[in-house]
Design a protein around this ligand. Structure first.
Ligand SMILES: Cc1cc2nc3c(=O)[nH]c(=O)nc-3n(C[C@H](O)[C@H](O)[C@H](O)COP(=O)(O)OP(=O)(O)OC[C@H]3O[C@@H](n4cnc5c(N)ncnc54)[C@H](O)[C@@H]3O)c2cc1C
Ligand code: FES
Length: 352
């Protein structure tokens, strides 16, 4: 039996039990104590806190996200840290206006469909054994069978569809989960284990400004959840979606979004962009270039950006050059294992 320690989260004064083999963030999220986090794999630094008292094992926190001097100063990454004694931490527990948070739960799922929807891209539909409550844009952590590791994938379904989740997965050559499992052996009827919801990249209902959504590749998944949620709940919001891929064969759900645009011409605009070829019905260029050419200023908007880290950084630079402030930009970087091993370029202007 692993030992269990008591974790106290200040300034709330709330206490949770945490096993010695359990990340402290996991124990807090399961107990309904919401603490900031993004990647949950020790890469982004969002979950960094100060340890006021007690000992932790820093686990496999990236040495770039948690520098040696920060470890010496008593900082840790809660998504990797496991307690070695009773621990007190100083958490950033600010609750945002209009946002409900949901505790993390475990699920057993049955794969309902596996579809090749674009080059190196698969759509999975998974039926859960019970409903999942989440904010549109959040993600799940999927266990890779027989490996003891899990990978994170954003839900493309809106919260109203709480029993069947939709995931969009890009194949990473040599990748354990994608290349080695999801694109190889995973089939309808298979049982999968997952937990969620995680993350703070979700639709902010309190932000009434028109939204600019920028997605690279499968970065479309959480943004599709947001767009569907807004349009299907009849919320009075305007959204423009810039979705980028290399060629038309790399794009998916194009007809779906064109139909949405036709059905909601006052509320939804769709701009599919191809960086490596010209094709009828698509804009040509990187999403950021297309956006920059179309919009003189982004002032008065709110932006949601998701995809590979270099694309997210490029989008942030474009949005800020067009007069959007960091507080108006929400981001999700699809970090993978290679980002953990490398110092990823970070925008110093943005709190993560
Ligand atoms: C919050 C979040 C949400 C995400 N949502 C999605 C989503 O909706 N859809 C999606 O497609 N992806 C998403 N991702 C990315 C996804 O979680 C995986 O990282 C991705 O699928 C790759 O996993 P893998 O197991 O196939 O590859 P991995 O085995 O993790 O390998 C990834 C790459 O890293 C290299 N690598 C492995 N180990 C090392 C090492 N030690 N040093 C250097 N390089 C190494 C591999 O060769 C490979 O090129 C998300 C990521 C995050 C953080
Ligand atoms: S959430 Fe802990 S480092 Fe990203």
């Amino acid at each position: 039996m692993p030992a269990t320690y008591r974790v106290t989260v200040e300034p709330l004064g709330q206490q949770v039990d945490c096993r010695e083999d359990q990340p402290i963030l996991d124990a807090c999220l399961r107990a309904g104590i919401w603490l900031p986090h993004a990647c949950t794999h020790g890469t982004c630094g969002t979950c960094k806190v100060e340890i006021l008292d007690g000992e932790v094992d820093h686990g496999d926190a990236s040495t770039f996200a948690l520098m040696d001097f920060e470890r010496d100063e008593g900082k840790t990454l809660l998504c990797c840290a496991r307690p070695r004694s009773d621990v007190t931490i100083e958490g950033d527990v600010e609750v945002e206006e209009g946002v409900t948070t949901y505790p993390v739960r475990d699920f057993v799922g049955t794969v309902a469909a596996v579809e090749d929807c674009a080059t190196d891209t698969r759509r999975l539909l998974i039926d859960l054994d019970h409903d999942i409550a989440f904010n549109p844009g959040q993600y799940v952590s999927l266990e890779v069978p027989g490996t003891g590791v899990s990978r994170t994938y954003s839900m493309a379904n809106p919260p109203a569809e709480s029993r069947r989740i939709e995931l969009h997965i890009r194949r990473t050559p040599g990748g354990l989960a994608s290349d080695g499992w999801i694109f190889k052996t995973l089939a309808p009827g298979d049982t999968v284990r997952l937990s969620g919801p995680y993350g703070r990249f979700f639709w902010r209902p309190a932000r009434t400004e028109p939204a600019i959504c920028i997605a690279g590749g499968t970065g479309l998944a959480p943004i599709k959840a947001m767009i569907r949620h807004v349009l299907e709940t009849g919320a009075d919001r305007k959204i423009t979606l810039y979705h980028g891929g290399r060629t038309a064969a790399h794009m998916y759900d194009v007809d779906y979004f064109r139909a949405l645009e036709e059905a909601h011409p006052d509320r939804f605009r769709y701009r599919p962009c191809l960086s490596d070829e010209q094709a009828a019905g698509y804009q040509t260029g990187l999403v950021t270039d297309v956006l920059a050419a179309e919009m003189d200023t982004c002032r008065g908007h709110v932006a949601y950006v998701c995809g590979p880290p270099p694309m997210v950084e490029a989008a942030l630079r474009t949005l800020m050059a067009k007069r959007l402030f960091p507080r108006d930009i929400y981001r999700e970087d699809f970090y993978d294992a290679s980002d953990k091993a490398a110092a990823t370029v970070r925008s110093p202007l943005l709190k993560r």
